[in-house]
Design a protein. Structure first.
Length: 130
């Protein structure tokens, strides 16, 4: 039962990472909205790559505390969020063909959920079993 809940927490985390990251990468920064996005500038790309997983992990931690599920550890949530970002999502960002924004956001959300469910199995309870 713990593995199912941990996988579900990872899936929710991955879904949020995929959704927020795919929306954040579509924000135009420069004069040309087609080519100047957040990921084209070094500092904004670094902020996006580090800020999104940490924000999602803290959001998940807050939600877990509100729902009285104290078994999630913040560092493990951050690790799952970063692993979900780097394995399935960056592959989609760098390898996707030219597709519409809606398809990209949908694909990133689905891949984030699948990757989060896989990485969520690594979320072990913080307390040793009795």
């Amino acid at each position: 039962m713990k593995h199912l809940r941990n996988s579900l927490a990872g899936m929710i985390s991955g879904t949020l990472v995929g959704l927020i990251f795919s929306v954040a990468t579509q924000i135009p920064l420069g004069e040309d909205p087609v080519t100047d996005h957040v990921m084209y500038s070094m500092w904004s790309a670094l902020l996006t790559l580090t800020g999104v997983p940490i924000f999602v992990a803290l959001l998940m931690l807050l939600g877990a505390r509100l729902l009285k599920y104290p078994d999630l550890h913040p560092l493990r949530l951050i690790a799952v969020a970063f692993a979900t970002l780097f394995c399935p999502l960056l592959g989609l960002v760098f390898g996707a063909a030219i597709i519409t924004v809606v398809k990209f956001i949908t694909m990133a959300t689905i891949m984030g959920a699948a990757g989060g469910a896989l990485w969520g199995l690594a979320l072990k309870p913080t307390r040793p079993p009795r």
